[in-house]
Design a protein around this ligand. Structure first.
Ligand SMILES: [Zn+2]
Length: 296
């Protein structure tokens, strides 16, 4: 312990790191703390090239990596009444909403609906945006999911949902809770039409979203290390007053315990989804279904 280690070295380090890390050029991986060059990190779909940590990626950044040739069409969410309860906590809800919209490149709420070709097959995608008010589900997200389901049925296309949410949007009170049933019915429409419904669970998927459409997939894929559950681990630990097992509510733990079907690296998602949809939709299934009808 002397002034050289306690005082001079930290100052020097601060000087050097400031020089090395001008804003917007570098970022630090929250998992391994390595510095990542922003442009490489973006090209790597926001996965750390050192430790493979999957950071939370916004829907519009994700979409080009999923559709054929990165081409897709965006579908604006249906218009819904804004702030029906005139809710206010530290700020007015409508002001918060406007702020989130401004940061979301003009998207109106926490869901992005897109369609296009994936593996030359017409596909509908609905992606929750965790950066938009915690990906919370209010009326707009519910309506958006119903729209995505209707679109999938009309086009005879599979519906693939990417979930990332803290749960229901508390500023919309009971109206947000109603979306649990609405989205469940939307999913059922897709299933009744005999179309695949696949959920990709990304970090974090919790609360009302995990209690409705995010857990109803024909197949559940999760991104590595994603937190998936209803209540968060801290709440559970405080309630049951017991230490939780290692990796509790993480994708790999849930795979081991049968809650998800596969944990897939972000770079492999597109090919995995295309393969899955083809398994679920191509002739063998249609044949077995017509056999079942004939045997009635
Ligand atoms: Zn890392």
């Amino acid at each position: 312990m002397n002034w050289l280690t306690n005082f001079v070295r930290p100052k020097l380090k601060a000087l050097i790191s400031r020089k090395e890390a001008p804003e917007n050029l570098w970022l630090k991986c929250p998992k391994c703390e390595q510095m990542l060059f922003m442009r490489d990190w973006e090209a790597n779909q926001e996965v750390c090239s050192h430790c493979g940590h999957h950071m939370r990626i916004r829907p519009l950044k994700r979409l080009p990596h999923l559709f054929d040739e990165g081409k897709y069409e965006l579908h604006p969410l249906p218009r819904v009444p804004v702030d029906p309860l005139k809710f206010r906590d530290t700020k007015r809800y409508d002001a918060k909403l406007k702020e989130a919209q401004a940061k979301a490149e003009g998207r109106s709420d926490a869901l992005v609906v897109a369609s296009g070709l994936m593996g030359s097959r017409s596909t509908v995608l609905a992606l929750l945006d965790f950066d938009f008010m915690g990906g919370s589900m209010g009326t707009a997200v519910g309506e958006g999911l119903v729209m995505a389901a209707d679109l999938a049925v009309a086009r005879k296309a599979p519906l693939i949902v990417f979930s990332a949410s803290g749960g229901a949007r508390m500023q919309e009170g009971i109206l947000s809770l109603m979306q649990l049933t609405r989205t469940t019915i939307a999913v059922r429409k897709v299933k009744e039409a005999g179309l695949p419904y696949i959920v990709v669970l990304t970090d974090p998927t919790t609360g009302g979203v995990s209690a409705s459409f995010a857990m109803l997939g024909d197949v559940h894929i999760a991104e590595p290390d994603a937190l998936i559950g209803f209540a968060g681990p801290r709440v559970i630990q405080d309630t049951i007053r017991q230490e939780l097992p290692q990796g509790f509510q993480r994708a790999e733990y849930l795979l081991e315990h049968g809650m998800v079907d596969a944990v897939v690296h972000r770079h492999k998602l597109r090919e995995t989804l295309i393969r899955l949809v083809s398994l679920l939709m191509d002739p063998p299934i249609a044949e077995s279904r017509s056999l079942a009808v004939a045997g009635r």
